[in-house]
Design a protein around this ligand. Structure first.
Ligand code: ZN
Ligand code: ZN
Ligand code: ZN
Length: 360
């Protein structure tokens, strides 16, 4: 092998070089056999064995027969500041990179680690750049994340963009991108649009869950009023006792008691003109759909509804069955402190059913 003559080229300052080797035993390393050439003409002596070991891309470059190159062994790394190249080479030797270097050259190191396939450095840079994301640099970093195929950083940028869109729109980065990269602009706007509809779906889901939860609690109250009684309303075959204490869901329970009292005396109940009585009917029907006590249940009309439903089983609307299912599952979950459910939401809403407006 040709003797490498380090005095033939201007080399990078001694300080920088000593940084490269401070983590390795300088005396045990053979003489450098290659030079990394940076864009401002600085040359960093290095060892092909180490470069090839850490970066498969550099390994290819090293093993490629010298066609256009002269006999001197150099590997040019252009397009980034020489300090970034120096920090990159240092990482190849030591697997270390200071916070200061990440702060100053994070984006350059990200690009280098992507191009030269150094995943550990790429991971560190994606994280470091993501932590230093600002309104001002988010569009540029997004473009870089896209070029460098860094999905975590890409997503972080997109999230920042969509929650600070008004401010980002005023930055130079956005204006430049708007002029020059309509595809990326479209991609961003689509992401924001999807994020909005995701938020809306989540909100609708929460509202529906709340409704099912309320209905489930109302079912519990209805059963306990009809079985044990609560404050002023008791089971129909028992005298209401004056000593009854309110239950722990008294706000719902009280509303239900008022509704039951109203239902008992309302003159418009039968002709269907009273919306409060309609609500009561629906609650009683819902109870009957969920109730599994065939003979012992004391909730009024429970058995009658069951019989009626058996007769017209086919006629029960899908929406009603869905509501029953949802309330039954809300009821089952109520003891589990409402864990999040990530199931596909039903397309239908309860709007047309009238029961969405259910409030006791
Ligand atoms: Zn109660
Ligand atoms: Zn009424
Ligand atoms: Zn029942």
């Amino acid at each position: 092998m040709e003797e490498f003559n380090s005095t033939a080229f201007p080399t990078i300052s001694g300080d920088l070089m000593s940084d490269h080797f401070q983590f390795s035993d300088q005396d045990s390393l053979p003489k450098p056999d290659v030079e990394i050439l940076t864009s401002n003409g600085l040359r960093i002596p290095a060892h092909t064995g180490i470069l090839a070991l850490v970066s498969p891309v550099l390994e290819n470059v090293i093993e490629r027969p010298p066609k256009h190159r002269s006999s001197e062994k150099t590997i040019p790394i252009h397009g980034v500041p020489c300090e970034a190249v120096s920090a990159f080479i240092q990482f190849l030797y030591s697997s270390r990179c200071s916070e200061e270097e990440l702060e100053k050259y994070g984006i350059h190191l990200l690009a280098l680690s992507h191009v030269y396939l150094v995943p550990q450095l790429k991971h560190r840079c994606s994280k470091a750049v993501g932590q230093r994301l600002t309104i001002e640099n988010v569009v540029d970093v997004l473009q870089l994340a896209r070029l460098c195929d860094s999905p975590d950083l890409y997503l972080k940028c997109m999230r920042m963009l969509s929650s600070n869109f008004k401010a980002v729109e005023k930055t130079e980065g956005w204006k430049f991108m708007h002029e020059n990269d309509p595809f990326l602009e479209l991609e961003i706007l689509q992401f924001i649009d999807e994020a909005e509809s995701r938020k809306m779906r989540a909100r609708r889901h929460r509202e529906e869950q709340r409704l099912y939860m309320e209905l489930s609690e109302a079912m519990e109250c209805l059963e306990h009023i009809c079985t044990e009684g609560c404050t002023t309303v008791g089971p129909c075959d028992l005298e209401p006792s004056k000593k009854r204490d309110p239950c722990d869901k008294f706000s719902i329970c009280e509303g239900l008691q008022l509704l039951i009292k109203h239902f008992a005396i309302c003159k418009n109940r039968v002709n269907g003109k009273c919306s409060r009585c309609k609500r009561m009917w629906q609650l009683l029907r819902l109870h009957s759909s969920i109730c599994d006590q065939t003979d012992s249940c004391r909730v009024p009309l429970c058995r009658q509804f069951k019989l009626k439903m058996q007769l017209e089983k086919k006629g029960v609307e899908t929406l009603w069955r869905l509501l029953v299912k949802k309330v039954a599952s809300a009821r089952a979950m109520s003891s589990l402190s409402l864990p999040k459910r990530k199931r596909e939401e039903p397309r239908e809403t309860m709007h047309d059913h009238g029961i969405r407006n259910f409030r006791l």
